[in-house]
Ligand binder design. Structure first.
Ligand code: ADP
Ligand code: NA
Length: 328
C-alpha cells in the first residue's frame, strides 16, 4: 500500500532564519500529524553546489539538526536524515539525468540566478541540482511536497521526470503534488523587495531564530520602511511596513486585518518594537532548545544515524525495483 508521503529538504545553512522557519519548517511540523509518512532531509549534497568549508559544513549539519528538532520535527514520527548518507539519492539522480534534456534545465530560474554570478557559469552540479531534487522526492515515491513559490518550477520538473520515467519503464512513480506554503515570502529587512535569505550580504537584513533579543530589536529597529507613519498593509506600494505586518501575522497567528486594526494610531517606528517583541517571544523557547541540543553532539549524531537507517530501509527496496526496470 502506497500511503500519502510528504518529502522536503533543507540545506545545511546552520541555524534557520525567520523565512526558513515561517515559510517551511513550521508547516513541516504540522504535516507530520496530517500525513501518514513524512521525510525531512538535510540536503548536504545540494549544499556543495557552491563551495563549502568541510569543518563549517559538518557543524552546519549538526546545527540544522538541532534546529529542526527544536522547532518540533519529531524523529520518531518523521524520518529526519542527512541526504549524503543514503547513496541511492545520487544513484537515482544519475538515472534521472539521463532522462532530462539540457534545455529543460537551462530555463529554470535558480540556474539563471545562481550561475550568473559565477565565472564559467557555475558547475555541472549546480546545473543538475533540480534533478537531484527530483531524485530526493521520487526515491521514496513521495506524494506531497511542501514548497515555497520559488520552488514550484522545480517540483514541476520532478513531475515531468516522473512522467517520462513512467512512460518509458511502466507506471512506477506517483506524480508528486505541491503543498503551497500559505505564508507570504518574508522579505529582507534592509531591502524589502528581496526575500530574506541566508546569503544576503547586508548585515541586519536577516533574523536568525537564535538571535539574542538585543539583536532582534536592533534588526527590526533598523528595518527599512517609508515616510508614512501609519501601519497599513500594501505590499506593492509599502513593501517595508507590509513585510513587518507579514512577520507579525505569521508569528502571532493574527490576520492582517487584526494586526492593522490593533496597530491603529501606532507609528511605524513604535510598531517595529511590537513586531520585534512578538518575534522574540515566539522564538525564545526554540532558541533555548537549540542551544541545549547543540551541546549534545553525540545525541545529534545518533538522531542522524537512526534517520539514515530508516531512510535506507525505504530507499533500498525502492531502488532495487528501479534497477530491475532499467535492466541493471
Ligand atoms: P536561503 O535562501 O536562505 O538559502 P533556502 O533556499 O535554503 O533559504 O530555503 C529553505 C526553505 O525555506 C525553502 O522551503 C524556502 O522556500 C524557504 N524560504 C527561504 N527563504 C524564505 C523567505 N524569505 N520567506 C519564506 N520562505 C523562505
Ligand atoms: Na536556496
Amino acid at each position: 500500500k502506497v500511503a500519502d508521503r510528504v518529502f522536503s529538504g533543507i540545506q545545511p545553512t546552520g541555524v534557520p532564519h525567520l523565512g526558513n522557519y515561517l515559510g517551511a519548517i513550521e508547516s513541516w511540523v504540522r504535516l507530520q500529524d496530517e500525513y501518514s509518512s513524512s521525510l525531512y532531509s538535510i540536503v548536504d549534497l545540494h549544499s556543495i553546489t557552491i563551495p563549502q568549508d568541510a569543518g563549517t559544513l559538518r557543524q552546519n549539519i549538526l546545527d540544522m539538526t538541532a534546529s529542526l528538532l527544536a522547532c518540533g520535527i519529531n524523529p520518531e514520527q518523521s524520518v529526519l536524515f542527512q541526504q549524503s548518507k543514503v547513496s541511492e539519492h545520487t544513484e537515482l539522480a544519475w538515472i534521472l539525468c539521463c532522462l532530462t534534456s539540457m534545455p529543460r534545465l537551462r530555463h529554470l530560474p535558480q540556474w539563471k540566478v545562481k550561475s550568473s554570478g559565477q565565472k564559467d557559469e557555475g558547475s555541472l552540479g549546480l546545473f543538475t541540482y533540480p534533478v537531484l531534487q527530483s531524485a530526493d522526492i521520487l526515491l521514496y515515491k513521495s506524494t506531497h511536497v511542501p514548497v515555497g513559490e520559488d520552488q514550484i518550477q522545480h517540483l514541476e520538473l520532478a513531475q515531468d521526470i516522473a512522467r517520462i520515467f513512467n512512460n518509458q519503464y511502466g507506471c512506477f512513480f506517483p506524480i508528486p503534488k505541491a503543498i503551497l506554503s500559505e505564508t507570504k515570502k518574508i522579505k529582507s529587512l534592509r531591502n524589502p523587495v528581496a526575500k530574506m535569505s541566508k546569503s544576503d550580504p547586508q548585515t541586519l537584513a536577516t533574523v536568525n531564530i537564535t538571535d539574542t533579543p538585543e539583536e532582534i530589536l536592533l534588526k527590526f529597529r533598523k528595518a527599512v520602511t517609508d515616510f508614512t507613519s501609519e501601519v497599513t498593509y500594501d505590499p506593492e506600494t509599502r513593501p517595508g511596513v507590509s513585510n513587518l505586518v507579514a512577520v507579525h501575522t505569521a508569528v502571532t497567528g493574527m490576520t492582517v486585518e487584526e494586526v492593522v486594526h490593533q496597530s491603529k494610531g501606532l507609528e511605524t517606528a513604535r510598531y517595529k518594537y511590537v513586531v520585534a517583541e512578538a518575534v522574540i517571544e515566539k522564538f525564545a523557547p526554540i532558541k533555548n532548545e537549540i542551544e541545549r541540543l547543540r551541546a549534545e553532539k553525540g545525541f545529534l549524531e545518533q538522531v542522524l544515524n537512526r534517520g539514515a537507517e530508516k531512510a535506507r530501509e525505504l530507499a533500498g527496496p525502492m531502488y532495487h525495483d528501479i534497477r530491475k526496470l532499467i535492466g541493471f
